[in-house]
Design a binder for this molecule. Structure first.
Ligand code: ATP
Length: 134
């Protein structure tokens, strides 16, 4: 069976470079399932989890937003940040969540509010990834 070559690239470097059967990502338009033979594509990724599947196994990656590019069975997730569950620092994510919630409560100006909202989404996304109570 044909495979996808999948790379997950962040500003800190490449965290995944392997072959998978299927990739599921979340773009602004909804969930996107990518199988071998998929048409070329570039789409924005929202703060979400990506799933890289092989047989019955599924690898999760927390994506802090970015882009997905598909070209000839090569899938690149260009992410602002990306972590596999093992790399997630739970305490850090909890603190980031509390900090963002405080800032949202303060409602200072629009820029701070938007930044805090995004920080909150990233923190919740990371905590969801490891099935932490949030
Ligand atoms: P923080 O406020 O804790 O820095 P953040 O959401 O603002 O969180 P990002 O800007 O998304 O952080 O990421 C900056 C870098 O820190 C990236 O390399 C990202 O992978 C890493 N990172 C952020 N939070 C965590 C976490 N909870 N566990 C592991 N790595 C993290």
């Amino acid at each position: 069976m044909k495979k996808l070559t999948v790379e997950v690239v962040t500003p800190d470097g490449r965290i995944v470079n392997d072959q998978f059967d299927m990739v599921v990502v979340h773009s602004e338009k909804g969930e996107l399932g990518i199988l071998p033979g998929h048409a070329p594509l570039i789409a924005p990724l929202i703060i979400s989890s990506a799933r890289l599947k092989t047989g019955n196994e599924s690898m999760k990656v927390a994506i802090g937003g970015g882009l997905v590019e598909v070209d000839q069975d090569h899938v690149t997730l260009l992410a602002q940040s990306a972590e596999t569950p093992a790399k997630i620092d739970v305490q850090r994510a909890r603190k980031a969540k509390e900090r963002a919630e405080r800032r949202i409560q303060q409602k200072r100006d629009h820029v701070d509010f938007r930044r805090a909202e995004l920080a909150l989404k990233r923190a919740i996304n990371r905590l969801n990834m490891i099935d932490e109570d949030i």
